[in-house]
Design a protein around this ligand. Structure first.
Ligand SMILES: Nc1ncnc2c1ncn2[C@@H]1O[C@H](COP(=O)(O)OP(=O)(O)OP(=O)(O)O)[C@@H](O)[C@H]1O
Ligand SMILES: [Mg+2]
Length: 235
């Protein structure tokens, strides 16, 4: 489904991503773990088309999408939820969901159907459907941006630190949501610093360190072989 080979991302002289290779098969949930500054977001945002690759390749279903822009990636079936968790604060939950389907504006019936499906799947959002998104709690906003990303009918969902800054009980709810989406057959790439939580839902995981893949394996292997607490320390 998604295949990244020898990816390089640079910010001027800074080499944030140095030859990263990873893949996600159809229906797989792959976690990318690592400390602050390891290059996780840079990798994810480059796959999303929001950062230019300085080297390497990105393939989706065998097609080369290395230089695709973000809109093209959405149209190709890759939706992204960045770290920033941006909702449109003055628009309602329903309106925010509708905006997630901007690539399929002509498909009105389909959009309505998908919106209903998202609200049915995530009752917390349904209860707040008419509420301005800016009045939702942090956790509810995170749910909304994930549901909004789903409105483009992606084959692959890229999630950047969905648990960031949320209370443990809310984190549990977000991970429950991710589990629900995985059960629908979606392919998911999940960037997380919360390694334990990520490994509890992941099939496989990659550990990044200083812009490179330092370890990879099944979630069980990574959980057993890696000193997870070290992931939180620098380096
Ligand atoms: N816009 C930028 N300009 C310059 N350097 C950047 C920029 N964005 C990221 N970097 C650098 O690239 C490296 C990787 O950053 P990145 O955000 O990809 O890491 P991360 O693993 O997502 O970290 P975190 O867990 O803190 O989100 C870091 O050294 C960071 O300082
Ligand atoms: Mg990051």
């Amino acid at each position: 489904m998604l295949e990244v080979n020898d990816l390089e991302v640079r910010y001027g002289a800074i080499r944030a991503v140095r030859g990263v290779s990873l893949k996600a098969d159809t229906g797989e949930l792959v976690a990318i773990l690592g400390a602050n500054g390891a290059g996780k977001s840079s990798t994810l945002m480059c796959i999303a088309g929001a950062l230019k690759a300085a080297g390497g390749s990105i393939r989706l279903d065998g097609q080369d999408v290395t230089s695709a822009n973000p809109e093209k990636m959405v149209r190709a079936g890759v939706a992204t939820v960045p770290e920033t968790r941006d909702v449109f604060p003055d628009l309602t939950v329903t309106e925010n969901l509708t905006l997630g389907s901007y690539t399929r504006r002509s498909d009105r019936a389909g959009v309505t159907e998908d919106r209903e499906r998202m609200l049915a799947l995530f009752p917390r959002l349904a209860e707040r459907a008419a509420q301005p998104a800016g009045t939702l709690s942090g956790g509810e906003q995170q749910m909304l941006v994930i549901a909004r990303a789903m409105m483009s009918r992606p084959k692959v969902l890229l999630l950047d630190e969905p648990s960031l800054g949320l209370a443990p009980v809310i984190v549990d709810q977000i991970f429950e949501m991710i589990r629900t989406l995985k059960q629908s057959g979606l392919t998911i790439v999940l960037v997380e610093q919360n390694a334990r939580k990520a490994l509890s839902v992941a099939d496989r995981a990659y550990v990044m360190r200083l812009g490179k893949i330092a370890a990879s394996g099944t979630a069980a292997e990574i959980g057993a072989a890696t000193d997870l607490s070290a992931l939180y320390l620098g380096g």
